[in-house]
Write a protein that binds this ligand. Structure first.
Ligand code: NDP
Length: 267
């Protein structure tokens, strides 16, 4: 790996111009903000979700903002759909992928004793199996972009991968696994010029958080007492960290899990 960010100009270090990216789950929430952040910084982005109408509405709005974003329907919990997604990405982005953001995730709040085999299989398939498999599928495309740490994988895990929350056992297992996959793949793919990092959000202001507040306001109140910044994060506050990790400016960072959590994990 010869070239490094040190060789570039300041503008080059803090830009994604000319990059290509796949972000899973971009029609809502954190994924939507990541798509806008990467595209706003100059990347061509492809994103997916399960709802065709919502995706098309997003695509239309992005077009209106002059952001270069393409979309396709994919349920990332299904192996054949992941393979189809990567074929679409290969075609749409010209066979080269600089950035893969595995964001799509399934939360499930349920006592461990009540989780069925189906619950377990769905959360595992959506959150961790999809992440691993999409990375296997993307590896040849990432390799074509690599060099000087130029290609980048980012996982969106959760502080639930570090902290124990009641009712979130299976979800938290998948997020802890994403954190470890970050370190393992970073070590394995460093020689290929592919950096692998992870962003672990705390409570972020999306439909998921709103759902939780409506369902169990007491838990949310008790959690707030352990939150130094005393507020939910905004989706853009996660997206900006993801964008930084994908930039040449972060070319010597790999295998890291960065919490974006208002200080929740240090309180
Ligand atoms: P949202 O529900 O707001 O958005 C999730 C996005 O992923 C949607 O676009 C959704 O579209 C898509 N998606 C969900 N399941 C699938 C699937 N099986 N296949 C393809 N797309 C899918 O969630 P958030 O933005 O809140 O969460 C995003 C990530 O951040 C998740 O991994 C979550 O675990 C993590 N996170 C969120 C936190 C929070 O407080 N919000 C905290 C910590 C981590 P559709 O449903 O139409 O498929």
């Amino acid at each position: 790996m010869a070239a490094t960010a040190a060789c570039r100009t300041v503008e080059g270090r803090w830009s994604l111009a000319g990059s290509t990216a796949l972000v899973t789950g971009g029609s809502k929430g954190i994924g939507h903000a990541i798509v806008e952040e990467l595209a706003g910084l100059g990347a061509r982005v492809h994103t997916c979700s399960r709802n065709a109408a919502e995706l098309e509405e997003c695509r239309r709005q992005w077009e209106g903002k002059n952001l270069r974003v393409t979309v396709s329907v994919c349920d990332v919990s299904v192996r054949a759909e992941r393979e189809k997604l990567m074929d679409t990405v290969k075609r749409t982005l010209g066979g080269k992928l600089d950035i893969l953001v595995n964001n799509a995730g399934q939360s499930m709040v349920k006592a461990a004793t009540e989780c069925t085999g189906e619950d377990y299989a769905l959360v595992m398939a959506t959150n961790i199996e999809s992440c691993f498999h999409l990375e296997q599928l993307a590896h040849p495309l990432l390799l074509r972009s690599a060099g000087g740490g130029a290609s980048s994988v980012v996982h969106i895990s959760s502080i639930a991968g570090f902290v124990g929350f009641p009712g979130l056992a299976v979800y938290s297992m998948t997020k802890g696994a994403m954190n470890q996959l970050t370190r393992s793949l970073a070590a394995e793919w460093a020689g290929d010029g592919i950096r692998v990092n992870c962003v672990a959000p705390g409570g972020i202001n999306t439909d998921v958080a709103k759902d939780m507040i409506t369902r169990d306001p007491e838990i949310v109140k008790s959690q707030a007492t352990q939150l130094p910044m005393q507020r939910l994060g905004e989706t853009e506050e996660v997206a900006s960290v993801v964008a930084f990790l994908c930039m040449p400016a972060a070319s010597y960072i790999t295998g890291q899990v960065i919490c974006v959590d208002g200080g929740r994990t240090i309180a």
